[in-house]
Write a protein that binds this ligand. Structure first.
Ligand code: SF4
Length: 332
């Protein structure tokens, strides 16, 4: 029997009963998880998967995104191909027209995807573009799809305007822990990002917020990020794995191993037992192009970004749906 089976069983018992990990169990997990491998890691993945089934069930939340405005960003996020501080081959284009955005959402809706995120580069969105976004959001919501938006550090008034237009949720990643954030971005602060989540909460806007892993952060940083998201009441936690892009500051950062990425998903499920753990960018980079890249869904995740990402290619949607059905997931 793997030596971690008893440990895994003990640690998930309170989670299966509807609670959270105690501080003591969280410390034990952070001591053991980074070194778990082979059958021990499999035991922890099964335990996280059991928590997923008990707390959020077998539904998988599928979302897709469109890059409504790309490049020319004044922020200096170390990983990002769209930062004006980097020399990359990322496409640059102005904000798309509402018909272009609505058509992309309709194609994904037809393919069985329930949520559609409109994403724009930049620190925030000017009023003229906000109006275009609001028009697209209203039209997408009318089809029964959930339109989400990701437009950076928006004001309270701008967020309220999008909510009135029909926005289902606002996406704004914290990216990493407060302590590590200055290594990733210095043109805005962690507090700026957290304030966006707090403003959304005060307006009754559900938030989708997570991070990017493989930046050089520690396990303590990963746990800190999870606990901040727990406290901020984000309902959906995007999990991105770094795809190092030539020309960015993190171009030579090594890609996470499959096992390290699985450990991260396990940690997030065990610290955030009732949230949607949504696997997003970097899945093919870490796990490869085949249905085998659904391995994080067997380690506690219950959400998936399908189609292409902002500046990198995604997996085949048909392959994803086939693989999810094989794992026993249903799509609402
Ligand atoms: S992650 Fe967003 S804010 Fe940061 S550089 Fe890229 S587009 Fe700009």
């Amino acid at each position: 029997m793997p030596i971690f089976s008893a440990f895994a069983d003990a640690i998930v018992r309170p989670l299966l009963a509807g609670g959270l990990l105690s501080d003591t169990d969280r410390d034990r997990l952070l001591a053991e998880l980074p070194r778990a491998a082979g059958p021990d890691l499999d035991a922890l993945a099964r335990a996280a998967d059991a928590v997923r089934r008990a707390r959020v069930g077998n539904s998988v939340s599928l979302c897709a995104i469109i890059s409504a405005k790309s490049g020319r960003c004044g922020e200096n996020c170390a990983f990002c191909a769209q930062s004006g501080h980097h020399q990359t081959a990322a496409p640059e284009h102005a904000f798309l027209t509402p018909p272009e955005i609505i058509a992309a959402a309709a194609a994904m809706h037809t393919a069985g995807v329930a949520r559609f995120g409109i994403v724009a580069s930049g620190k925030a969105l000017p009023d003229t573009e906000l109006a275009l976004a609001a028009t697209a959001i209203t039209a997408i919501a009318a089809t029964g799809m959930a339109p989400d938006a990701s437009f950076g550090v928006l004001s309270r008034d701008a967020l309220a305007r999008l909510k009135t237009a029909g926005m289902a949720a606002y996406h704004h990643n914290l990216e990493t822990s407060q302590a590590f954030y200055p290594h990733i971005c210095t043109t805005r602060t962690f507090a700026d990002n957290l304030e966006v989540l707090h403003t959304c909460r005060s307006l009754g806007i559900p938030t989708c917020s997570g991070g990017l892993f493989g930046l050089g952060e520690s396990w303590a940083d990963r746990a800190d990020l999870a606990l901040t998201l727990l406290d901020a009441e984000a309902f959906s936690i995007p999990v991105n794995f770094l795809s190092p892009i030539p020309g960015t500051r993190l171009a030579s950062q090594p890609v996470l191993s499959r096992d390290e990425a699985r450990r991260i998903v396990i940690l997030l499920r065990l610290l955030l037992p009732d949230r949607q753990i949504r696997i997003c960018g970097g899945r093919p980079t870490v796990f490869g192009p085949t249905t085998d890249n659904l391995a994080p869904l067997a380690a506690g995740a219950d959400g998936l970004m399908v189609g292409d990402y902002l500046t990198t290619s995604g997996a085949s949607l048909e392959d994803d749906k086939t693989g999810l059905a094989r794992l026993g997931f249903v799509t609402p």
